[in-house]
Design a protein around this ligand. Structure first.
Ligand code: NAD
Length: 417
């Protein structure tokens, strides 16, 4: 599958432009928010297990820090590039503003396929990348988190590397850490749990019952896999799942336990028993009520949007729908719940983790989930109210809220000097 058929950064700017036009945003603030504030790129060496030195390219982009320190994940993926990182950093600014947590947006990446590296190589790569970006990150500056290809262990190595340089432990420099070194209960499931809260609210409004709903999920990682489990617990029927290796479909519902066992053995859902083989392209067009793209960007485009059969598309992934596809889906009456709202549960619980780390006072999982639910439901209501009142798609409404909150923060602070 081709990943970069579209330029993610240009698409992010197009989406911003729609909101900026409606808001009649002043030219200066518009130009400011349309581009990243800071960009950093580096080429750095890593000693591989066979003694060879390989050079990797890494990025960290901070889109905006007006509403608070920059916040955003680190992606390890072979096809990532600076434009993808710029787009994702911008999305993070809007996402934090939509759920109204005091952060700006950032994103980082290393061009690497971690599946091809040993654990030792990944650790050395991570510690070197953390060192390269160490002058840009910190609890008050920029706080990384996991994204595609990275996980809690990688966050632990970044936290440890940063702490070694400072000479003392700094837990709040990253979120998504393991619990035993300052991670938050509920962080692993937070993105999927937040997504399910939003989906529940949207389904209520659309008169769709989650119990019995047919759900298709692209991506079976942290977000896709957890969403599948949570939705199955609520009585939904998972009728299609795919990941990088391919997918399976079964109109009667896929047995998730059997699927998980196959995944644990092989590292992919492709070839799992209990379903027919489908490609990623076929998966997206399966008949279903709810489609959850939970993998990578640009999966629903002008080429396949008119064949999407779901009633609701809820974007677990960042940027899975192109602006052209958005228009087609909207015209066809498909409800699209945008990434900056739908997957904001992850950064919200990251925020809780950061607060807990700064205070060194830790919450129970029940407390985390209750606060998460409050923030997600509140954000959905605010976005939905704007969408209904102004008869616009949820994405445009979410962007309006986010861009306006960020611009207003700028205006209140003023331009230095
Ligand atoms: P992950 O690495 O745990 O899982 C990614 C999944 O996507 C895997 O199943 C992988 O096989 C699949 N995938 C990768 N490339 C693919 C391709 N070309 N075609 C089909 N499937 C492919 O990552 P994750 O944390 O679950 O993140 C998934 C998406 O959710 C990403 O877009 C990420 O930015 C977004 N997201 C994640 C979080 C979080 O807290 N983890 C928060 C907000 C948004």
């Amino acid at each position: 599958m081709t990943i970069h058929t579209e330029n993610a950064y240009h698409n992010a700017q197009k989406q911003f432009d729609i909101a900026a036009d409606i808001l009649n945003l002043d030219g200066g603030y518009r130009r400011l928010l349309r581009v990243p504030h800071r960009e950093f790129a580096c080429n750095f060496p890593v000693k591989m297990d066979d003694g060879q030195i390989r050079i990797f390219t890494g990025y960290r982009v901070q889109h905006n820090t007006t509403r608070g320190p920059a916040k955003g994940g680190i992606r390890y993926h072979p096809d990532t590039d600076i434009d993808e990182v710029r787009a994702l950093a911008m999305l993070m600014s809007w996402k934090c503003a939509v759920v109204n947590i005091p952060y700006g947006g950032a994103k980082g990446a290393v061009v690497v396929d971690p599946a091809l590296l040993s654990l030792g190589e990944i650790e050395r790569l991570t510690r070197r990348y953390a060192t390269e970006i160490s002058f840009l990150i910190g609890p008050d500056i920029d706080i990384p988190a996991p994204d595609i290809g990275t996980n809690a262990q990688i966050m632990a190595w970044i936290m440890d590397t940063y702490s070694m340089h400072r000479g003392h432990t700094v837990p709040a420099v990253v979120t998504g850490k393991p619990i035993n070194i300052g991670g938050s209960h509920g962080r692993n499931e937070a993105t999927a749990r937040g997504l399910v809260y939003i989906l529940r609210e949207a389904c209520e409004g659309a008169n769709i019952s989650i119990a019995g709903a047919r759900v298709v999920i692209q991506g079976f990682g942290n977000v896709g896999g957890t969403s599948a489990r949570l939705l199955e617990e609520m009585g939904a029927k998972i009728v299609g799942v795919a990941d990088r290796g391919g997918g399976i479909a079964n109109t009667k519902g896929i047995d998730l336990r059997q699927l998980q066992a196959h995944y644990d053995k092989t590292g992919t859902v492709a070839g799992a028993p209990g379903g027919d083989t489908v490609s990623n392209a076929e998966l997206l067009e399966l008949p279903c009520d709810i489609l959850i793209p939970a993998a990578i960007e640009n999966q629903i485009t002008a080429r396949n949007a008119d064949r999407i059969k779901a009633k609701i598309v809820i974007e677990a992934a960042n940027g899975p729908t192109t602006p052209d596809a958005d228009t087609i889906l909207h015209d066809r009456g498909v409800l699209v719940i945008p990434d900056i709202l739908a997957n904001a549960g992850g950064v919200t619980v990251s925020y809780f983790e950061w607060v807990q780390g700064l205070q060194e006072f830790f919450w129970t999982e029940r407390e985390v989930n209750a606060q998460l639910e409050r923030i997600m439901v509140n954000a959905f209501e605010q976005v939905n109210t704007v969408a209904q009142a102004r008869r616009m798609p949820l994405r445009t409404a979410a962007y309006l809220l986010a861009v306006d909150r960020t611009a207003q923060a700028y205006i209140t602070r003023g331009i230095y000097p």
